[in-house]
Design a binder for this molecule. Structure first.
Ligand code: NAD
Length: 802
C-alpha cells in the first residue's frame, strides 16, 4: 500500500457534524480547513465563524482545549475553492439532501487535487448514487465516511465503498482514520443507514413498540435497557432525546423511503412506522435535549417523563423491578432463560426486545454486513453496547436461543413472520456453535467464516478488540509473567520491554501497588530495556487508596501514615531515577496519586482521552506523593529554560492554582496545558495503540543511550511568594469564595510549592520538598474537617464542602 500522507483535510459543511469533525482533526493535529456557504450578510465566512465559535461552548467539548478553535482555517465556497487543491482528504458533511450534495460536488470537482480522497458523511443517502455525478477521475477515490455524533467521543466510523471505489483508497482511509483519528472502523455495505443506525434504530423502534405492548413507561424502559442490559447508560428514550428526535425521525424516514415492498422489500418494513408518540412530540416541537423537552423534560431538579395518554409530563424516576434487575446480573445463558420463561411483564418485555434484535440481525446479516463481527462491533462502537447481539446470542447458547426465536416467530409473537435463515441452524456446524470462532466470524453473504482485516495498521494494536467466541488472549494472561502480587502484574511480551499492570480496582495506589511497582523497576533494571506502566482498561489510576491506609490511621493517626507516605514518595523517586526508562501509558483518569505516578515517569504516552490532575483538596488533603515537589521543580526548570531571569513565581502560580482548585484536564491536551504532560510526551489518538507506542518509546529511549536525570537541587520562590499567595487566599476566604478549611489546605500547598520558610532563590532538593509534603499531609489527616471530607468521599463517592 502506498503511503497516504494527509497534510490537510477539508471539511465541507460547518453544521453539527462538520464543525465537530473539524474540531477532532485539530485535536489530533491534522490541519483542517472548514467550508460552508458564503454568508448573505456581513463577512463571507460568517456561517463558518459562527460554527467555530459555537465549538468553544458545546458540551461534551469537541475540542481538547477551546482556544484550539483558532486552528480551524475558515473558508467559503465563493472565495476559497482554491484551498481545496491543498487537501489530501475532503469530508463532505452538508445537509442531508441528495440534490444539494450533488450540486456541491459538481461545483467543487475541478478544484480537487487529483490524488485526494473524497468522502461523504451522509447517514442515509446511497454512496453509489452520490458518486454518480462525479467526474470519472474522482469516482475511484470517492466513498462514504460515516462518523457518529459526537465524533470526538464516539468510536465508530463506518467506511462505505461504491462499486467504483478503488480498494486501496479504503485501505488508506481506514489506516488514517484508525491511527491518526483514533477511531474504530467498520466497513459497511451501501445499504440504507449502513450498519449501526440500521440495526440500532430498528432496535429502538422495536423497543418502543414492545414497551407499548407490555405497558411500560419510558423511565422504566430506560432503566431496563441501559447499563443493566449492558447498553449505553442513557437507555432507549433518553438516547433518542440526546440524539435529537428530528434526527431520529430522519433516520427512520430513510428506512421507510428505501426498504418498502417495491424496493428492498424488507420483511421488517411494517415495524419502521414512525411511533405515534414520536410524531406527537415532533409536531409539538419537542425534539429532545436541544429543545429542552422530548420523551423527558427537566424542570428544576426533576426529570419528568412524557405521558402520551395525558399529553403532558409527569413525575419520572421509575425503575426496574428488583427481581428483573437480579436476573440481569446472571450469566448470559441463565439470564436469557429466566427472561424467556418469566411471567413478569418487564422480563417478558426484555426477552421480546432481545428476540427482536436476534431475529433482525440474523435476517439482515447477508445484506447489511460483511460478517457478524461487523454488526457486533457497530453496536459496541456506535451505540455504546458492551456486547453486540450476535455475541450475546452465542454466549447464551446458540441453538437454544435460536429455537426460542423460531418458536416465537411461528407463534406470531415476533415483529416479522420472516423465518430465521437456514444458516442459523445448519450453516455453522454443531449445536454449540455460533457465529464467532477463532478463525473468524460468520459471513452470511459468503457462507463462510471470515477473519478480521489484516491491514498493517492493526499490528499497532497489541490487544485488538475482539468479539466473544474469537478466542483472543486476555492481556492480563498474556506474555510471560515475571512477578505478581495482589494488585500488580509484571510481565513481558518480547523479553525486552517489561510491563507493569496495576490490577487493583480503579488502579488505586495502595502499599501493594507501590511495592509491585518498585519490584518492577528492580526487574527492569536487571534485564530489560525499560518499563511501561500500562493496563488494559480505561483508567490509569484514580489515585491513592485511602481505605487501605485506614487501619494504620485508626491505630496511630496521621503520624502513623508518614512512613507509608515516605514509601510512596520513595517509589516515585525510584521510578524517576531508574537506570532504565519508565514510560507511563496513560488513558482515562490519572488523578491524585495516579497523576503523581505518571509525572515521575521518564516519559508519558497518553491517549487523547486522558484526564489528569491533583484532586486531593476534595478530600481535604494535599498531593503527597511528590506532586507538589514536581510543581516546584518544573517551575524552576521552566524559569531557567529560556530566560535565566524569568520570574519563578509566575510558573509556580499556575501549578499552585491547578492543585489548589483540583483542576483536572478534560483531555490529554488540557492535561498538558496544566503541566501534567510535557511537550516531549506523546499524545496518541487511538487508545488501542498505547502499549505499542509506549513500548516503542522505551526501545527508542534505550537505543538513544537514555540516562536518568541528574539529581540537582533547584531554586524555590520562598516565603515572600507564600505571603503573596496567602494574601490572595485571604481575599477569597473573606469574600466567601472558599471556606476556612479550603484556605488552610491551599496555604499548605503554597508552602510546599514555594519551598517553605526560606529566602527566594534558595536551593531545594526533591527529598526536602517531599518531607514538607509529608508533614502537611499527615497534619491534615488529623484535622476533623479533612476527616469529614474523607469519610464523606468513602461513603458517598461525592466531595463534602466544609
Ligand atoms: P446540519 O444541518 O447541522 O449542517 C448542515 C450544513 O450544511 C450547514 O452548515 C449548512 O450551512 C450547510 N448547507 C446547507 N445547504 C447547503 C448547500 N446547499 N450547499 C452547501 N452547504 C449547505 O447537519 P448535520 O447534522 O451536521 O449533518 C451533516 C451530514 O452529516 C448529513 O449528511 C447527515 O446525514 C450526516 N450525519 C449527521 C449526524 C448527526 O447526528 N447530526 C451523524 C452522522 C452523520
Amino acid at each position: 500500500m502506498n503511503r497516504f500522507n494527509v497534510r490537510k483535510v477539508a471539511v465541507l459543511g460547518a453544521g453539527v457534524m462538520g464543525a465537530q469533525i473539524a474540531a477532532h482533526l485539530v485535536n489530533v493535529k491534522v490541519p483542517v480547513v472548514l467550508f460552508d456557504l458564503p454568508a448573505k450578510d456581513g463577512p463571507k465566512n460568517g456561517i463558518v465563524t459562527k460554527a467555530v465559535e459555537g465549538l468553544k461552548k458545546l458540551k461534551p467539548a469537541p475540542l481538547g482545549i477551546p482556544e484550539d478553535a483558532a486552528l480551524i482555517q475558515q473558508a467559503n465556497y465563493e472565495e476559497h475553492l482554491g484551498l481545496l487543491g491543498e487537501c489530501d482528504l475532503i469530508i463532505e458533511a452538508i445537509a442531508e439532501r441528495m440534490d444539494w450534495k450533488l450540486d456541491l460536488y459538481t461545483k467543487i470537482a475541478s478544484a480537487i487535487a487529483p490524488h485526494a480522497i473524497v468522502a461523504s458523511n451522509t447517514s442515509g443517502l446511497s454512496i453509489t448514487k452520490l458518486s454518480e455525478v462525479l467526474p470519472e477521475a474522482i469516482k475511484p477515490r470517492f466513498c462514504g465516511i460515516h462518523f457518529f455524533n459526537p465524533p470526538r467521543y464516539m468510536a465508530l466510523v463506518e467506511l462505505i465503498a461504491t462499486p467504483t471505489t478503488e480498494p486501496e483508497i479504503l485501505d488508506q482511509l481506514e489506516t488514517f482514520v484508525t491511527t491518526a483519528l483514533g477511531k474504530s472502523v467498520v466497513r459497511a455495505k451501501d445499504t440504507p443507514n449502513f450498519i449501526a443506525n440500521r440495526v440500532g434504530i430498528a432496535g429502538m423502534l422495536a423497543t418502543m413498540k414492545e414497551a407499548e405492548t407490555y405497558g411500560l413507561t419510558y423511565d422504566v424502559v430506560d432503566d431496563l435497557t441501559g447499563k443493566k442490559l449492558g447498553r449505553a447508560s442513557s437507555g432507549t428514550f433518553r438516547t433518542a432525546d440526546v440524539v435529537g428526535l428530528d434526527t431520529m425521525a430522519h433516520v427512520i424516514r430513510t428506512l421507510q423511503d428505501n426498504l418498502g415492498p417495491d424496493q428492498a422489500n424488507d420483511p421488517f418494513f411494517s415495524s419502521y412506522a414512525t411511533p405515534p408518540v414520536l410524531q406527537k412530540l415532533l409536531d409539538a416541537g419537542a425534539l429532545g435535549q436541544k429543545t429542552g423537552a422530548g420523551f423527558y423534560k427537566k424542570v428544576g431538579k426533576d426529570i419528568l417523563r412524557y405521558d402520551a395518554e395525558k399529553g403532558d409530563y409527569v413525575a419520572g424516576g421509575g425503575k426496574a423491578d428488583e427481581i428483573v434487575a437480579r436476573i440481569l446480573k446472571k450469566p448470559p445463558a441463565e439470564r436469557l432463560k429466566l427472561l424467556h420463561d418469566s411471567k413478569n411483564p418487564q422480563a417478558q418485555f426484555l426477552w421480546a426486545i432481545l428476540r427482536d434484535s436476534f431475529h433482525y440481525v440474523a435476517v439482515h446479516l447477508a445484506d447489511v454486513a460483511e460478517s457478524a463481527r461487523d454488526i457486533d462491533f457497530a453496536m459496541r462502537w456506535g451505540f455504546g453496547a458492551s456486547q453486540g447481539p450476535f455475541e450475546l446470542w452465542q454466549q447464551a447458547g446458540w441453538t437454544q436461543v435460536a429455537n426460542w426465536v423460531k418458536e416465537d416467530i411461528e407463534a406470531g409473537k415476533a415483529l416479522s413472520a420472516a423465518p430465521l435463515p437456514t444458516w442459523v441452524f445448519e450453516g455453522l456446524g454443531g449445536a454449540d456453535g455460533g457465529v464467532h470462532r477463532p478463525e473468524g466470524s460468520w459471513s452470511a453473504a459468503h457462507a463462510r467464516f471470515v477473519a478480521p482485516s489484516t491491514l498493517p495498521v492493526y499490528e499497532r494494536q497489541v490487544f485488538r478488540e475482539t468479539v466473544f467466541g474469537a478466542g483472543a488472549l486476555e492481556p492480563l494472561k498474556a506474555g510471560t509473567e515475571v512477578f505478581r502480587n495482589d494488585e500488580v502484574r509484571v510481565w513481558t511480551l518480547d523479553g525486552e520491554v517489561l510491563i507493569a499492570s496495576i490490577t487493583a480496582k480503579l488502579h488505586l495506589i495502595s502499599p501493594a501497588v507501590t511495592e509491585g511497582l518498585t519490584k518492577a523497576v528492580d526487574l527492569a533494571e536487571g534485564g530489560y530495556q525499560g518499563l511501561v506502566v500500562w493496563s488494559p482498561d480505561d483508567v490509569f489510576s484514580a489515585g491513592a487508596n485511602l481505605e487501605a491506609l485506614m487501619p494504620v490511621f485508626m491505630k496511630s493517626g496521621g503520624k502513623g501514615i508518614a512512613p507509608e507516605e515516605k514509601k510512596l514518595q520513595d517509589t516515585m523517586l525510584r521510578i524517576r531515577y531508574a537506570a532504565v526508562p519508565v514510560v507511563a501509558a496513560v488513558r482515562g483518569m490519572a488523578l491524585g496519586g495516579g497523576c503523581e505516578l505518571a509525572i515521575h515517569c521518564a516519559r508519558r504516552v497518553a491517549a487523547m482521552e486522558s484526564y489528569m490532575g491533583f484532586v486531593e483538596v476534595g478530600v481535604g488533603l494535599i498531593p503527597g506523593g511528590g506532586g507538589l515537589a514536581y510543581v516546584a521543580r518544573r517551575a524552576a526548570e521552566m524559569a531557567t529554560a529560556g530566560n535565566a531571569n524569568a520570574d519563578l513565581f509566575q510558573f509556580i502560580r499556575d501549578g499552585f492554582t491547578s492543585a489548589a482548585t483540583a483542576k483536572v484536564g478534560t483531555s490529554a491536551i488540557e492535561s498538558r496545558k496544566l503541566g501534567y504532560l510535557l511537550w516531549s510526551d506523546v499524545i496518541v489518538p487511538n487508545k488501542d495503540e498505547l502499549l505499542h507506542v509506549a513500548s516503542a518509546q522505551v526501545r527508542a529511549m534505550a537505543e538513544s543511550g537514555w540516562r536518568p536525570p541528574a539529581r540537582a537541587p533547584f531554586p524555590v520562590a520562598g516565603r515572600n511568594a507564600i505571603a503573596t499567595i496567602k494574601g490572595q487566599l485571604v481575599n477569597m476566604r473573606d469574600g466567601g469564595f472558599i471556606s476556612a478549611h479550603d484556605f488552610d489546605v491551599a496555604a499548605l500547598i503554597a508552602d510546599v510549592v514555594c519551598g517553605g520558610d526560606v529566602d527566594a532563590g534558595s536551593l531545594a532538593t526533591e527529598e526536602y520538598l517531599m518531607a514538607l509534603e509529608r508533614k502537611h499531609f499527615c497534619g491534615l489527616l488529623d484535622h476533623p474537617k479533612t476527616q469529614e471530607r474523607i469519610m464523606g468521599m468513602l461513603q458517598t463517592g461525592k466531595p463534602v464542602r466544609n
